[in-house]
Structures are given as structure tokens and as C-alpha cells.
Design a protein around this ligand. Sequence first.
Ligand code: SF4
Length: 246
Amino acid sequence: MIEIKEMPDGSSFIISSVADFCDAMGYCEFKAKHFLKGIRPPQTKITIEGTKAHEKQEQYEREHFELVPINKEELANLTKDVECAYEAIQTRLLVPLKFGDEKLLMLIFGRADKLIRNKGMLIVEESKFPDNATRFLEKFEPYPDQKLQTLLYLNSHFTSASSFEPSDWFEIPHNEKVWIINIKNKNTGESIKIFRGIQTREAEEFLKDNLRRFALITLGKLEPKHHQNVRKCKPCRFKDCEYMIK
Ligand code: SF4
């Protein structure tokens, strides 16, 4: 979902899920227009299978690993290694922005697959179950939407209670940020390719640029840029999209 609310002082408050933000900024900016109007594309066999594979992994981990509740004292201790998974951790990225004299606030909310602090490194790991995982074998970089997703999580506050109250959110102190994108076989759950990297200055700029651009597009101050790629429109689930190229 993408929503714009008006704050008591008249400024705008943009709220978006991580999924819709990444779909718009990492795949096609025109999707932001659809999400703003509340239009959601139908599920397909591929998306349903991907969701099922994700749920299967969550179920497996619930049955085979002990998921202890988050202890805020342990999280505050940088020397303590921690691991949070699935229901345990939701993310809230609150971004104040300024365009000229206009101030606004943006909230991007989501749920990380896995969040770990190991030897002071904050690590976000996302599992992906694509339809054709072998196409990742020749890739050296994940897709932009996948990288954006992990960067959003890495720079968020966290909450274990699905709360939108900033007083319930907390930080996890760390020295370095690391993202992992684990591409898995949707039938067996086996890893096929793992992309991994630290959050560099370049990655920070990539995230900041996308956050600003998303806000401008959402507010209608900037027109989305068309990718002009028929191979992106063809598998897109927005079948009645007026911006589709054929
Ligand atoms: S059909 Fe093409 S232009 Fe329309 S939302 Fe999908 S990818 Fe974007």
C-alpha cells in the first residue's frame, strides 16, 4: 500500500510498505501510480508458489530452531550476538524530507526474514524463491528491488509488536551493516546463489536517492520514468496498465 496523509500542520505524511516501495523503485516507477490509487494486481501461479515456498521455510525454521523472544537488554549490548526471525521482527523506516521550503515525513514499513547481529555486524538476510532460479547463476549482482529491500531493513528501527508507535521501536547497535540475498530453489528450499555485501557509501546514496525520488513521484511532483523495456511489461501483473509497452 501507498498512502498520503495530511499532518496537523498541513505537511504530507507518506506511508508505504517495503514491498510496494521496492516494486516501484526497483522494477517500474509507474507501479507507484497504481498503488496510490489502491489498484493491486492479481496473484499468479508464480507468486502463489513463491509465497508457499516462503511459508514452508518459515514453518521449517519454527519446528527446527528455538526462536527466543527479543530481549531489549541483550539487543542493546553490542558484544552480544543475536538472531531474530520471521514474526519476531518488523521494520519501520521514518524519513524526514525537505524539498525547498516543504517538509514532509515518510514511513516505510516491512518485515525482515532474518536479522542477525554477529560480532557487531548487523546482517539482514532475505530468501527469494523465484520461478526460474537458475537465471541467477550468471548474475553478479542482485536485482535493484532486492537490494533496496535489504537496505531499507538495515536502516530501519525495529519492533516486535507490529507497532506504528515510535515509542515502541528500538535500534540494534552495530558497527557495520551487511545484506544477504539468498536465492533458493522453490521446490527444495536449497540455496542456488547467495549475494552478499556490506552497506557502502555508494549503497547509502542509492537508498537516499530512491527515497527522495519515491517521495516526489508519490506527491506528483515528478513523473515516473519509463524503463521502455517490453520484457518488463510482459510478465507484469498489471495487465490493464495504461503505461504498458507492447
Ligand atoms: S505494465 Fe509495464 S509500465 Fe505498467 S506497471 Fe507493469 S511494468 Fe510498469
